[in-house]
Design a protein around this ligand. Sequence first.
Ligand SMILES: Cc1cc2nc3c(=O)[nH]c(=O)nc-3n(C[C@H](O)[C@H](O)[C@H](O)COP(=O)(O)OP(=O)(O)OC[C@H]3O[C@@H](n4cnc5c(N)ncnc54)[C@H](O)[C@@H]3O)c2cc1C
Length: 486
Amino acid sequence: MSSISNALSFKHGLSLWCPHSTSVNQISQPCSVSSKIFRRRFSVLASSFANENREFVIVGGGNASGYAARTFVEHGMADGKLCIVSKEAYVPYERPALTKAYLFPLDKKPARLPGFHTCVGAGGERQTPDWYKEKGIEMLHEDPVADIDTEKQTLTTNSGKLLKYGSLIIATGCTASRFPDKIGGNLPGVHYVRDVADANSLISSLEKSKKVVVVGGGYIGMEVAAATVAWKLDTTIIFPEDHLMTRLFTPSLAQKYEDLYKDYGVNFVKGASIKSLEAGSDGRVSGVKLENGSIIEADTVVIGIGGKPAVGPFESVGLNKTVGGIQVDGLFRTSIPGIFAIGDVAAFPLKIYDRITRVEHVDHARRSAQHCVKSLLTAHTDTYDYLPLFYSRVFEHEGSPRKVWWQFFGDNVGETVEVGNFDPKIATFWIDSGKLKGVLLESGSPEEFQLLPKLARSQPSVDVAKLQKASSVDEALEIAQASSQG
Ligand SMILES: Cc1cc2nc3c(=O)[nH]c(=O)nc-3n(C[C@H](O)[C@H](O)[C@H](O)COP(=O)(O)OP(=O)(O)OC[C@H]3O[C@@H](n4cnc5c(N)ncnc54)[C@H](O)[C@@H]3O)c2cc1C
């Protein structure tokens, strides 16, 4: 065995043999095993895994899984050792593409696989099915894990396959929240977008659609509505809140985006709740009935009302009751030794703000995967120190008169200062107790976008009055940068 695999087996040995603990904090401490017991058990485990080609199993074939696979390869620990069990028919891909370039109209060069397999989103190699074969990674497709036995270290898939694992990484992401069947949530013509199969089904509806209703004013709603505009379809967005993206945008910022969407012909029904989705005589969706009794006609309805962590068969691993998902520590270790969770499904300590959180964004999926695998395979013990990044980009199809591209870094807490007229630039600064905590920038230059994480990470004290007087986004960013240097 090479030195790295010795180190690895040692590390696994520790993690696999720790007594099961209910507290993640407990497992972040080294286990106290006597060296005698340790040596005896180590030799038993080493021999039982000597020819085990499922030394590492990743459950889930999404964003985090693809980046985790790359990190295994980078450490020379994939070939014949790593198995990925996926519900999907495809090897991991950059999921955000599904509501962006994937939904471009068919005559405007839509993205298609294999074009956006991970890790192209972060400027890495495109990991096609052949890449996994070449790297010796076993891929099991369309066979989700249905059960786990943490004592025996086995997984059972839907088809009945029994897989033994040495270490397990849970990367099952989220599932889209759905409207119940009894109010028409599964009618033909009603769509949810989580994977390629969902996006393909939506595209086949859009091809014959005239009127689209998008339910939800978050990322998915905004991105899908922008796509249906590109298809030149009559589009209405309905949501219960009083403005778009309430989780992040200020009312003033949301207004700018809403005005832009309206310029593109999108209708808004705000502050409205859905009573039911109505079916026509052909059984397809024909409209959306609101609580006030009014009906908005539609032949295609897209529901974007958020997601739920796909904890599926893994409840026994330890859930976080406040933010949902599987509780992990700063090295992505769950309460059960040898089992890790990454990406959307992981409830992790957000060190910079000293709270436990889940982040349903791709940047965290990538970074958590890399951090987890690096800590699993090496002596790396630095805890994850993540700075939240959210972004979106819409209206990017060929011939679009106005592309929209924003990024947000940090925490959206405290008072806000908005600078710029959205023509095309605008910036919002979040300032809490005099410190800059978060910043959102629309249509910035690459250099300006690079500045945002530096500002949000350093949390400089800023002169709010000075920032408010800035005559342009450029000037405001200069003021913020000078504060972080001073
Ligand atoms: C349409 C869409 C657009 C998005 N746009 C953006 C964006 O613009 N910016 C941004 O930052 N983020 C965006 N996101 C969020 C981002 O894609 C996710 O944060 C990221 O994909 C999370 O990675 P993950 O690996 O944790 O989960 P996922 O990528 O969702 O992968 C989870 C995988 O696990 C599989 N799985 C689930 N249960 C099982 C099981 N029991 N057995 C086997 N496999 C299982 C799923 O089928 C899936 O393949 C978007 C998400 C969606 C759906």
